[in-house]
Design a protein. Structure first.
Length: 120
């Protein structure tokens, strides 16, 4: 199952679904919308080293949980067969989120439109 993402006027909330909650060690993650820098689709990130696992799962083809690489903390919850959405953050516990969702292009566009509106 893919992640659900809810966006309201103040927060972006990522909700892992099904067994992914257990494997990623997270029921949900909430971030202030003004700390979201933008989003991209980047499947190449799944072929790169994730860094050191700091809780979660690293099974061939599935990454879930917290990983630290080059002093950057990332939350992964994505299958290699999914389209990876990368959300960049500032002033949060994580520097980036790498997640799979049902409608990746739609989510990336929604996030980037909100970032553009909030930066005006």
């Amino acid at each position: 199952m893919e992640n659900k993402v809810k966006i309201n006027s103040k927060n972006l909330v990522v909700i892992p679904q099904g067994i992914d909650k257990l494997l990623s060690l997270k029921k949900s993650l909430t971030f202030q919308l003004n700390n979201v820098l933008g989003a991209t689709i980047d499947n190449e990130i799944l072929n790169e080293s994730k860094g050191i696992k700091d809780g979660g799962t690293n099974i061939s083809g599935y990454y879930a949980g917290t990983f630290i690489k080059s002093n950057r903390k990332s939350f992964f919850n994505v299958k290699k067969s999914s389209t990876a959405v990368v959300i960049e953050l500032t002033n949060e516990n994580y520097n980036q989120l790498v997640i799979g969702v049902d409608n990746p292009r739609e989510l990336v566009d929604q996030i980037n439109n909100l970032v553009a509106i909030n930066s005006k």
